[in-house]
Design a protein around this ligand. Structure first.
Ligand code: ADP
Length: 461
């Protein structure tokens, strides 16, 4: 989102810039992509834990969008700390304060800070409850990408060292069962809260995947907006995708057959069998519906389809898929790991994309699959419900959906998809509709612009 939305916002005339830590892996990619970087002459300084914390500011331009990478010894190297406590959260809090001070170095000061997830959730908290920054005139918005991750940790000396007022640790603010909950704090403190699909915005007011945050979200619903994410349709484009053995489009669909053959070859599955190729590219975690998929693996050989999984995650899911792959080498193949080039081949070479998520804030994979003419089979939840509509609806649709969160529900939808695949003319119609769907960021950018303008029109506190 931080890569694609700014480009779309800039196209409609907003001055939008990205501020992000200079994580080594990210900087390597910046260098590989050949972006020219310039280190600003002055460093940005903040006070944290009774000492001055400095960050170098590296400025670059990505597709016309200015990006400020902040590099500091205080960040350490771990983008995903395995354990959260006041020390492992410190880099994210320092970064947030440095973002608020960036104007002292860059000369550019935003009217609105748009933060994402718990890792930048300290920024709205600071604007509301920090001894110094609560007097700053700025608006902020927090986007909840996945409420399952909240930034919860024991308070220890966090309030003291971060500069938050002691009264911020209160059940109407940061406190959460005796712990600090940064996402909760940000939801309370921010001027607006968005999630990545309209349906998820409704679900998180009641749904158990929020891990007890639904009450607070419900109380803050007056400032909650569900705005669907888009995908970068320049990058995810079967017509130009350089990672595919053949390109194709709605007008010239033949290349998809070549991709399918290449995928089957790569997966060492028989190319000649009838029936569709069902693919799944996913993190292997419970959220993505593997508690529905794993019990179904034994029934897959009788379905008349071939199955290809690509993913990494929990060992128990990896092992189960590997076992099924070993047991049914003519039907199922599991590719373990995170492999972006291979994912393109799965999206392009598959006929059906399986995504039976237990909960799904937005989901990009089903949109990518549709853009590549691979028909999604999904559970009606979160962003999947906002983007995939069952072909058996009276008004028609672009995929196959089911509601109940169990294996039989999923198998019912999957069987319908497999059966429909043999009706070639009908199937072609569904594929065409999928490839015609508009998943660009443009619509969402207009909604964000409207929201920013509404926020800006409210007088500062
Ligand atoms: P989430 O962000 O919850 O994992 P999304 O559907 O929003 O799910 O986005 C997942 C993105 O990550 C997609 O672009 C998908 O292609 C990619 N992805 C997931 N697993 C893999 C993998 N093993 N290899 C390559 N890409 C992957």
């Amino acid at each position: 989102m931080a890569g694609s939305l700014p480009k779309a916002l800039q196209r409609i005339g907003l001055d939008v810039r990205v501020i992000t830590p200079a994580w080594p892996g990210v900087m390597k990619k910046v260098e590989e992509a050949g972006h020219k970087t310039v280190e600003l002459p002055q460093r940005v300084r903040v006070s944290y834990a009774w000492s001055v914390r400095e960050a170098a500011v590296i400025h670059t331009d990505v597709d016309g969008v200015p990006v400020y990478f902040l590099r500091s010894e205080d960040y350490g190297g771990d983008m995903y700390p395995p354990v959260l406590n006041f020390q492992s959260v410190r880099p994210f809090a320092i970064f947030s304060l440095q973002a608020l001070e960036l104007h002292t170095t860059s000369g550019w000061e935003p009217d609105i800070y748009h933060c994402h997830d718990w890792t930048s959730a300290f920024l709205p908290c600071a604007l509301a409850w920090h001894r110094h920054y609560r007097h700053k005139n700025a608006k902020c918005i927090i986007t909840l990408h996945n409420v399952a991750h909240q930034g919860v940790f024991p308070p220890d000396s966090f309030l003291d060292e971060s500069g938050l007022e002691p009264w911020a640790f209160d059940m109407e603010r940061l406190e959460f069962h005796g712990q600090i909950n940064l996402l909760k704090g940000a939801i309370v403190a921010a001027d607006a809260v968005t999630t990545v699909s309209p349906r998820y915005a409704q679900e998180i007011q009641t749904y158990e995947s929020t891990q007890e945050l639904s009450g607070i979200i419900f109380r803050q619903r007056h400032k909650l907006h569900g705005i669907l994410n888009g995908i970068d349709t320049d990058f995810w484009n079967p017509e130009t995708d350089p990672l595919l053995p053949a390109n194709y489009s709605i007008q010239k669909p033949d290349g998809k057959v070549e991709c399918r053959n290449a995928l089957l070859k790569e997966a060492e599955l028989p190319a000649s069998s009838p029936g569709p190729v069902v693919v799944c590219v996913s993190r292997l975690v419970e959220q993505k519906g593997f508690s529905l998929i794993l019990p179904a693996l034994q029934h897959f050989p009788s379905l008349g389809a071939r199955f290809i999984f690509l993913g990494s995650g929990h060992a128990w899911i990896e092992n189960a898929l590997q076992h099924a792959s070993d047991q049914n080498p003519a039907v199922l193949r599991f590719f373990r790991g995170y492999n972006e080039p291979l994912s393109h081949l799965l999206y392009a070479g598959g006929d059906i994309f399986l995504m039976p998520s237990v909960f799904e804030p937005c989901g990009l994979s089903q949109m990518i699959a549709m853009r590549y003419g691979t028909v999604p089979v999904v559970r009606e939840v979160g962003g999947l419900r906002d983007t995939v509509f069952d072909v058996d609806n009276p008004e028609g649709g672009n995929g196959f959906t089911f509601l109940t969160c169990d294996t039989s529900g999923m198998m019912w939808a999957l069987r319908r998809a497999v059966t429909r695949f043999s009706k070639t003319a009908l199937w072609k119609k569904i594929v065409k509709r999928d490839m015609q769907e508009n998943f660009t960021w443009d619509k969402s950018a207009l909604l964000y612009e409207k929201l920013y303008r509404e926020m800006a029109s409210v007088p500062n506190k």
